[in-house]
Write a protein of this length. Structure first.
Length: 98
C-alpha cells in the first residue's frame, strides 16, 4: 500500500508525457503515420508508446537527431522529460517530411 501513491504518480507522469508529446506533434504539423491525430500515443498505457514510425524513420531520428527508439517505433515515455518534448516533436516532423 505504501507504494501505491508512488506508482500512481509515475503512471500520471508517463501519461502527462504522452499528452505533451501528442500535443507537440500536432502543433508541429507532424503527420501521424496512421493518418490520425497522434491520439494513439495518448490512448496507450505502459512505459512505451508505439509511434507508428517505420524502421527507416527510426534510423533517421537516431542518425540525424540523436533521438532513440526501438526499430519497431516504440518510444520510452518513462524516459521522456518535458524539456525534451519540443525537440522530439520537431525531429519526428522532420523525418516524416523526408
Amino acid at each position: 500500500r505504501r507504494l501505491e501513491p508512488e506508482l500512481r504518480g509515475m503512471a500520471n507522469r508517463v501519461h502527462r508525457m504522452r499528452v505533451l508529446l501528442a500535443d507537440a506533434l500536432r502543433a508541429e504539423g507532424a503527420p501521424s503515420p496512421d493518418g490520425g491525430d497522434w491520439g494513439h500515443v495518448v490512448d496507450q498505457i505502459g512505459m512505451f508508446a508505439y509511434t507508428g514510425l517505420s524502421a527507416s524513420h527510426v534510423d533517421s531520428l537516431r542518425e540525424r537527431h540523436h533521438v532513440y527508439l526501438t526499430r519497431d517505433g516504440r518510444m520510452s515515455m518513462a524516459a521522456m522529460k518535458p524539456a525534451d518534448i519540443e525537440y522530439v516533436a520537431r525531429a519526428v516532423r522532420s523525418v516524416l517530411a523526408e
